[in-house]
Design a protein around this ligand. Structure first.
Ligand code: NAI
Length: 332
């Protein structure tokens, strides 16, 4: 059985080699692209991270492929329907520490609410002026949490610790948890209208694509902060530009942005037919990232030592279970 790992670091490679001494293993630091497919014909199992986009075309080119296990919670980079059609099982890491992403979310919120990012840049230039650095308290402000799953609920617990009022929006509601954790479910528009801080924690799919868009950006409370540590596609890029330009949003904290694969990894091949679209996206992203009211981190909300170890542990368990025919958590 041959297992190929993409987007893998050296320390992970050593652990995996110790765990699977009898299997044929291959490791690549870079993401899987159409260009690497030729070398993978005999692959039975693929393990990837989010910058490896697995398309139907690729799946057709891998006749032996039986199992894909992504070392992430999100799986929007894998064509699940194509996997289902070709009897390929798909595993992910459904949880590895909701605290990790929730802590990063609050890092972004605090950076914006207390102008930590602006202070840092000033001090680097030996400028110690406090002008324009007045922040605001989180206590008694309203946070709107969109998506009350594992990460969203942890954000809610932390927001409670800051003494914030908490509104939440989710298609699945748990009245008991709302009572215990002290938050209220409301509609999406109500969240946007009443929240000083809005934070996104829903998965990315066709229902959540551009959940924040040009039509509802005007519904935000004037001067609100918007945080996205989930997936870039949840926010229409133009809506971010509008929100910042019209000062509807006083700050934006992003760990993810539409088109991030082109600006972060710089490795993704741009197809000829999508070239102009991609360049337009890159220009818009650069305008956002260079705005002084935006704090951007390059998709690192999950990136703590503890979380990485838990991700690897689950991936190894996924592969072992699949080998024994005991993998029952397939996403398809
Ligand atoms: P989860 O599955 O526990 O929670 C998602 C919640 O969103 C659920 O309560 C679900 O009912 C709700 N939801 C789904 N569709 C919805 C819709 N259309 N409208 C409203 N609510 C909807 O997921 P978890 O673990 O909290 O993760 C959330 C997302 O965070 C992941 O899907 C992933 O994309 C992202 N993530 C980002 C990371 C990073 O490093 N930036 C790391 C880990 C996850």
């Amino acid at each position: 059985m041959k297992i190929v790992f993409f987007e893998i670091q050296d320390w992970e490679k050593e652990i995996i080699q110790r765990q699977f001494p009898d299997l044929e293993l291959e490791f690549f630091k870079e993401p899987l692209t159409q260009h690497s497919i030729e070398k993978l014909k005999a692959t039975d199992i693929l393990s990837v991270f989010i910058y490896s986009k697995i398309t139907r075309q690729m799946i057709h080119q891998l006749p032996n492929l039986k199992f894909i296990t992504t070392r992430s919670t999100g799986f929007d980079h894998i064509d699940l329907e194509a996997c289902r059609d070709n009897n390929i099982q798909v595993g992910n890491v459904p949880y590895y520490g909701e605290n990790t992403v929730a802590e990063h979310t609050f890092g972004l919120i605090l950076s914006l609410s207390r102008n930590i990012h602006k202070s840092y840049v000033r001090v680097q230039r030996n400028n110690f002026s406090t002008e324009g650095l007045k922040g605001f308290d989180l206590k008694d402000k309203t946070i709107g949490v969109i998506g009350t799953g594992r990460i969203g609920l942890h954000v809610i617990r932390m927001a409670g610790g800051f003494g914030m009022d908490i509104l939440a929006y989710d298609i699945n509601q748990d009245g008991f948890l709302a009572e215990v954790l002290g938050f209220e479910y409301v509609g999406l528009d109500e969240i946007l209208k009443n929240s000083d801080v809005v934070t996104l924690h829903v998965p990315y799919n066709k229902h959540t694509h551009h959940m924040i868009n040009q039509n509802n950006i005007n519904k935000f409370k004037k001067g609100a902060i918007l945080i996205n540590t989930s997936r870039g596609g949840l926010i229409e890029t133009e809506a971010l530009l509008t929100g910042l330009k019209k000062e509807i949003l006083s700050g934006v904290g992003l760990d993810v942005i539409e088109g991030e694969e082109y600006i972060i990894e710089d490795k993704q091949m741009i197809r000829d037919d999508e070239e102009s679209e991609v360049w337009a996206q890159i220009v818009k992203d650069q305008m956002i990232l260079h705005n002084e009211n935006v704090v951007f981190t390059p998709h690192i909300a999950f990136y703590s030592q503890e979380a990485l170890e838990r991700i690897l542990d689950t991936t190894i368990v996924n592969i072992r279970k699949f080998q024994k025919g005991e993998f029952t958590d397939s996403l398809v």
